[in-house]
Design a protein around this ligand. Structure first.
Ligand code: ZN
Length: 246
């Protein structure tokens, strides 16, 4: 592990290109620029961006080999992400790269592959209030946060969220319309750590909000790879002389 944390902020970057529509006004240079711009203010982060329409979706072997933590936002073009790149990201996660899946990334191929479930949920676009409750105050992803924080206008995501039981549940959201949702959840896969974080609908300025960026920055630190040995698999020689206890 290097002393800096190398972050790649990946974005589908399609909604923001539809001129005249809300996402192009909220994120004129793409939401990846807003997320990356704020992560660059964090000490010890080295941040680059990548998006769908770049060659190899911007996720070449070289880029992934030099990424400690990848953040992922996608929505309308999940099906355009090539299986080859999904397999490449998947292998890197098992090998220790952290992955932070944002909002509608719940339906991305990479998240579904890592979870093994549909990752389906209920939703409503009504610009309603979301209140995110911190469930685990001992968890590093909640560092610096109050008991709860609110996002004034968001899309609603409600339970049931078809995910495997999280290894760690960090946030639960309540929505003005009455639904609740497991909005911050962690899993371990191989040597890699995965964090799903719910907020971030493309037509709301969610990624300009301090608490939201604080969560993503904390999650980057949590998900960064550790300097651990590669496990040995397969036929093993005994560590002690066998039969000596007889
Ligand atoms: Zn959305």
């Amino acid at each position: 592990m290097s002393s800096v944390i190398r972050v790649t902020v990946w974005n589908e970057f399609r909604h923001e290109k539809n001129e005249g529509e809300e996402p192009s006004k909220v994120y004129p240079n793409g939401m990846h620029e807003v997320i990356a711009g704020q992560l660059r203010n964090q000490p010890g982060f080295e941040v680059r961006t990548a998006w769908l329409d770049q060659p190899e979706h911007g996720l070449t072997d070289e880029v992934l080999a030099n990424t400690d933590v990848l953040t992922w936002w996608g929505h309308m073009a999940h099906h355009e992400v090539s299986d080859e790149i999904v397999n490449r990201v998947h292998a890197r996660v098992l090998d220790g790269m952290g992955l932070i899946v944002l909002h509608s990334g719940h339906f991305s191929k990479i998240f579904q592959k890592l979870m093994g479930t549909t990752c389906n949920l209920r939703w409503r676009e009504a610009a309603e209030k979301e209140r995110l409750w911190v469930i685990d105050h001992s968890h590093p992803i909640t560092a610096g946060l109050p008991e709860y924080f609110e996002i004034p206008h968001e899309e609603m995501y409600g339970e049931r969220f078809d995910i495997p039981q999280p290894d760690e549940l960090v946030f639960v959201s309540w929505f003005e319309g009455g639904e609740v949702f497991r909005s911050g959840a962690c899993w371990h896969r191989g040597k890699g750590k995965i964090f799903y974080f719910r907020p971030g609908h493309e037509s709301h300025p969610t990624y300009y909000q301090n608490e939201v960026i604080q969560v993503i920055a904390n999650a980057v630190r949590w998900a960064a790879p550790m300097d651990t040995p590669t496990p040995f698999y397969g036929n093993a020689q005994p560590l002690e002389e066998l039969g000596s206890s007889k």
